[in-house]
Design a binder for this molecule. Sequence first.
Ligand SMILES: *Cc1c(COP(=O)(O)O)cnc(C)c1O
Length: 431
Amino acid sequence: MKKYRPATLALHAGYDCGQNLQSRAVPIYATTSYVFKDAQEGADLYALKKPGYLYSRLGSPTVNVLEERLAAYHGASAAVSFSSGSAANSFLFLALASPGKNFVSSPQLYGGTSTLLEHTLKRFGIHTKFVDLNDSQALEAAIDDDTVAVFGEGVANPSGYVVDMEKVAAIAHAHGLPLIIDNSAAPPPLLNPFDFGADLATYSLTKLIGGHGTHLGGIVIEKGDFNWGQNQRFTNYLNAPDPTYNNVNFWETAGEPYYREGRSTAVCTRLRLDMLRNFGPVLSPFGAHEFLLGLETLPLRALRQAESARLIAEHLAGHPKVAWVAYSGLTTSPHYGLARKYFEHGPGAVFGFGLKGGFDAAARFIDNVDLLSHLANILDARTLVIHAASTTHQQLSPEERAQAGVPDDLIRLSVGLEDVNDLIEAIDRAL
Ligand SMILES: *Cc1c(COP(=O)(O)O)cnc(C)c1O
């Protein structure tokens, strides 16, 4: 399906009606297990001598269409989905690291990912050094012999911080390290991290890809041209016999022969055969079906939501009661230059803004506003709003909130698909 463009792949890749009773839509295969024709077939499937389904923890047909479709949509070699975006990040980190190893990460992260890296993984001996990835000297200084990957988010919310992916990838690659981008807030057509040097992308499917706030899911996508054999640091896991699976070496069997043509699946093979099989955080076929429906309209929704966000950000920037707007598509943003470089259609649909009246004014805005839903998610088809200081970050002191980039007057907006004039009018009424 390589010859087709992403919007076409979003509808067709990874699925063949001829294999599915001519069903035009992708069916939901609600089954845990698959009947082996005879003893030999069972043995061959288990030994990976024959491709096919065994038990749905290791893969299932509806989920597989989603994985193949999203890989094709990114021009990538493979993908493995998980029960949530947090699970996708967690199990990618666990697949790449072992005790004593470390990640170098941007501090501008989704709160759950910061906690995972800063506290949860630390208990397992995996450490994270947080540095401004765009500060090349700081990045170089943070990388050491035990670093296994560099991690950041394409565009972080609510600050609008943009990772200079080309520059960061060049430094990571010079050290033989992969760059991982959590691109939940800006899937293509907004940004394809593989166009700018990333080697692995993760997504919370819960957000713009699902797009309707109906289900949690996550996915890891592998570009397929990274050489894991070039670097000694990977010889104790990805490039080593794996005792959990017949001592298979994932790099030698699924990577080395293929990476030169960009078809390595070493990481995804390990994610499936080790992480999914042994930890078990699978996406259900029902969830996969929701995400397949979302993906069909993603190219349209993403552009509309990004455009409405730009119009609203520009409107807010000119409003007398608004103190600041952290939308990196505004020329006044410190991230404007990078946003222009990486986001042809605008840097997504989520941004923060502050009111001159501070904490109280922000809380009043939330109480007054109609049409916008006050809740913790982002990138639903409906417009969402949250006052972080009184909700998600209420346990922190004002000083700690400031450090986390969450000032007391911050209101985070996730712009949906409503008519943008209705949104602007609703915001003006509440202000
Ligand atoms: C929401 C989100 C996650 C976590 O995803 P869940 O599906 O909620 O587990 C991770 N990273 C980013 C950037 C997110 O926005």
